[in-house]
Design a protein around this ligand. Structure first.
Ligand SMILES: [Zn+2]
Length: 492
């Protein structure tokens, strides 16, 4: 006779096996409510077949002014250029923050950092905030993520509802000695390249899972400092350099705040561009696999930069310390040959928070939860010329800095919440945000400042509804992760 214990074991095994095979596809779609509770309804209004795939690619530290299809003079992004020709490229997309964790969390939640509160290291997305992964999973998509940036470790909460959240393949790759041994030397260098093991794992998953609808998130890390691309990418863009400077140690003093000679700085930027080209090649490899499996045209591909990087424009390096354009102006491309126009550039101002509502819209998934972004589809289909009057960004990270910014078509307002300092830029006359016009023009531009203050008040209200705050979301990380974050300069 089966003992009670054995019965329970068998019972749980059956439940688990059902859960793991929850891929039963029907002609009904599931909508997900604010609370994540699902209800079924007819699919009559669904324009696109939801049995399509979504490939969401994040590229670390990718500045919009360093991609060729937006006019950069170097050929850094042949694959992205091709994808932009196949689909839609946004020329004025803004990151919601200027470092990885808050920015990527905004992509996954359509909430600004002031609401999701995942704004510092060792923080996780509050449990009751719904991510796009949850909604897609509820709607029958298999979910898998392949990430390499330690700040996107599964402990940050973005792993929620991913059936596979691979934040480990880069560490298992002993041939590269990634993270563990080689790059985190006593000087805080961070030299390894990670795209290869990320692709290996993603492609291996794809081989076994491409026949069923899926949501795949791939995050490429390599354009992040240090700028040490492998050959031949170390000489591609500056083969004649004879100086002594390389792309390592870029966030250490005195180098961080001492601007090198222009020739040396040019070389550092050429190395950064080499890393972009290197990464672009791995995006090509992944897309080629989609083509081989015959699913590329059935896949909604979205590629975004998580934020930019500074090359002494304000006297420093790295990111997370301001909200100027070099840190928040990012590339954004969408491609889906069966549903979107080809070779279209859209200049309307948009934000990372628009990515989630756009994906849901194109998949025909209704979601009535709170999102701060909007679908880009009316822009893509030329039904509207603009989606937002204003988009926003916020960062509170290094040394308790705290900045918030409002960006309109013509102007940008940055507020330093610690000092009360206010800056205003005329983006038409001064696209590089060099001349602060706040004192002379504030009377004319009060609406933008008022917008930002109202936005912050609303964010606080929404954040309270979700019940998250920076203290309650704290997570304990193990020694290795802490060491990595320190080496990256993300922890003191
Ligand atoms: Zn990043």
């Amino acid at each position: 006779m089966m003992s009670q214990k054995l019965f329970l074991l068998v019972f749980y095994a059956v439940i688990l096996s059902l859960a793991n095979n929850s891929y039963i596809y029907s002609d009904q779609k599931v909508t997900t409510s604010k609370t994540g509770i699902s209800s079924q309804q007819n699919q009559a209004n669904t324009k696109f077949n939801p049995s399509k795939n979504v490939l969401l690619i994040g590229v670390e530290t990718l500045r919009a002014d360093h991609v060729s299809y937006l006019g950069y003079l170097r050929n850094t992004t042949p694959t992205l250029d091709k994808l932009a020709r196949k689909g839609v490229a946004f020329s004025r997309a803004m990151a919601a923050s200027s470092w990885t964790l808050p920015a990527v969390t905004s992509v996954f939640t359509s909430l600004y950092p002031g609401v999701h509160k995942t704004t510092r290291t060792q923080r996780r997305v509050p449990e009751n905030i719904t991510t796009i992964t949850e909604i897609l999973k509820e709607n029958g998509y298999s979910t898998a993520a392949f990430v390499s940036n330690p700040t996107l470790d599964g402990s940050c909460g973005l792993s929620k509802r991913f059936r596979l959240y691979d934040d480990f393949s880069v560490r298992l790759d002993t041939s590269l000695n990634l993270f563990e041994n080689n790059p985190l030397d006593s000087q805080g260098n961070y030299n390894s390249m990670t795209s290869e093991p990320v692709n290996r794992s993603a492609i291996s998953w794809l081989k076994k899972n491409h026949q069923k609808p899926f949501f795949m998130f791939v995050f490429y890390y390599d354009p992040h400092y240090d700028y040490v691309p492998p050959a031949p990418f170390d000489t591609t863009f500056d083969p004649d350099y004879k100086g002594q400077i390389d792309g390592s140690g870029i966030i250490r003093e005195p180098r961080k705040s001492t601007r090198p000679a222009q020739r040396d700085l040019d070389h550092i930027i050429a190395l950064y561009d080499g890393e972009i080209l290197y990464t672009d090649g791995y995006i090509a490899e992944l897309l080629e696999k989609f083509k081989e499996f015959g699913i590329l045209d059935d896949t909604l591909v979205v590629i975004f930069g998580d934020h930019g990087d500074e090359f002494y424009e304000r006297g420093s390096t790295g990111h997370g310390h301001s909200l100027y354009k070099e840190l928040i102006h990012i590339p954004l491309i969408l491609s889906w040959p069966t549903a979107m126009p080809k070779n279209k550039q859209i200049d309307a101002i948009v934000s990372q928070v628009d990515i989630m509502p756009t994906i849901l819209d194109y998949l025909g998934i209704e979601y009535d939860g709170f999102m701060q972004g909007g679908s880009l589809r009316p822009l893509i289909e030329s039904q509207k010329e603009k989606l937002h009057d204003t988009v926003y960004a916020e960062v509170s990270f290094y040394n308790n800095n705290h900045f918030a910014a409002a960006i309109s078509k013509d102007n940008k307002f940055i507020f330093d919440l610690n000092t009360g300092d206010k800056q205003l830029f005329d983006l038409n006359e001064d696209p590089n945000e060099q001349v602060n016009l706040y004192k002379e023009r504030s009377a004319n531009l009060m609406p933008l400042e008022a917008d930002l203050m109202q936005w912050r008040t609303n964010n606080n209200k929404f954040a309270n509804q979700f019940g998250g705050n920076e203290d309650s979301n704290k997570v304990e990380l193990d020694e290795t992760r802490l060491r990595e974050l320190k080496a990256l300069g993300y922890l003191q």
